[in-house]
Design a protein around this ligand. Structure first.
Ligand code: MRU
Length: 351
């Protein structure tokens, strides 16, 4: 199965609702800023690159309906929507990256009639989607050079096709390797509390015919110790200039365990996810989500005492020192990341 979760067809933005998977495959359309905000906040569309792609296409579609005919008021309206949409989730930098790229596109067109700017915005958003798809394919090609046939792979959350325009980041080399008969044995952490590993990673890998085994998050240490894991592959929501990378809560524990068991830990990071303006991981805002996701969400009855205190951070930061290599669409960055990530960004900007 080839999953393309965000589509712009017949002038509409169509998104696969990830909250309904794996039981139902439901598509919905987004045509207003409130629909876009809700879809991102509620994780109908999720995964850093997919959020960026949806935001770019979504704001272009909103702007198409603006009544303003004069540049200054059109741009003010655009900036209001941009700020609102950007407030939907704080950690994945692809959201602000994509919205800022769209704003820069408006500014560049300031001498064109507003009707033309609207067309240019749609073309730019379509390019954001296509570049993400092409970049993910390159991430997969580079990532595959780190792997060998038959390897045991551990992954966390969902960094697959569902989280991107196509192919995924950390799962992209698994798809490409599978095409070439690599026969990986993949272990997917269920990823408490929102179960992206169970609902999404296990779904998309098994649909593709890849050997995938679902485990609970607290089993990772055991499967590593038993020698079942040869490499850990994960995605990233925001990587700071020094190589500290925020990803789904639980990722940093895997990196620390991988070091103990001498297993390489690879983070897959498109250059759109690298935030050179943030010097290190301490500057990355961690999203806090409702405690009911821990106590009630998947249960028929509440599974904790009523009124219990909860703490539900959605991401953690893996320190650069625990990351063996960072795979980008421009190539593989190795420590010291302060230098190698800059080289990757320069390569991306040169194209
Ligand atoms: O809360 P989510 O599901 O949006 O979190 C997603 C992740 O943590 C992914 O690993 C990350 O976005 C990289 S996806 C290619």
């Amino acid at each position: 199965m080839d999953i393309i979760p965000i589509k712009y067809v017949h002038d509409s933005l169509l998104v696969l609702d990830q909250t309904r998977l794996p039981n139902e495959v439901v598509w919905f359309s987004i045509s207003t800023r409130d629909e876009l905000y809700e879809a991102i906040k509620s994780l109908r569309v999720r995964g850093a690159p997919a959020i960026g792609v949806a935001a770019a296409l979504g704001i272009a579609i909103c702007a198409r309906e603006y009544a303003e005919e004069e540049f200054t008021s059109f741009y003010e309206h655009f900036c209001e929507d941009k700020a609102y949409i950007n407030s939907s989730r704080p950690t994945a930098v692809n959201l602000s990256w994509a919205l800022e790229r769209m704003a820069a596109c408006v500014r560049k067109c300031k001498d064109l009639p507003v009707s033309e700017i609207k067309k240019v915005l749609l073309a730019e958003a379509t390019a954001v989607r296509q570049e993400d798809e092409d970049g993910c394919r390159m991430l997969g090609e580079h990532g595959l050079t780190l792997l060998r046939p038959g390897m045991g792979i551990l992954t966390h959350c969902n960094a697959g096709a569902l989280a991107t325009a196509r192919y995924g980041t950390a799962l992209s080399p698994l798809y490409i390797g599978h095409e070439q008969g690599y026969d990986f044995k993949v272990y997917a952490d269920e990823t408490r509390p929102l179960l992206q590993g169970a609902r999404l990673t296990a779904f998309e890998l098994s649909e593709a015919g890849i050997d995938v085994t679902l485990i609970c998050d607290n089993m990772a240490s055991l499967v590593m110790k038993q020698g079942r894991i040869d490499a850990v592959l994960v995605g990233c929501d925001r990587m700071a200039a020094n190589g500290d990378g925020a990803n789904k809560i639980g990722t940093s524990a895997l990196a620390i365990l991988a070091k103990e068991y001498d297993i390489p830990f690879y983070m897959f990071v498109p250059t759109s996810t690298i935030d050179l303006a943030t010097p290190d991981g301490s500057g990355i805002e961690i999203e806090l989500r409702p405690g009911s996701e821990i106590t009630d969400l998947w249960y028929e009855k509440p599974m904790a005492p009523a009124g219990i205190k909860t703490y539900n951070p959605a991401f953690d930061v893996t320190e650069a020192k625990h990351i063996t290599a960072v795979v980008t669409e421009q190539g593989i960055a190795r420590p010291p990341y302060t230098e190698s990530l800059k080289i990757m960004i320069d390569k991306a900007n040169a194209k």
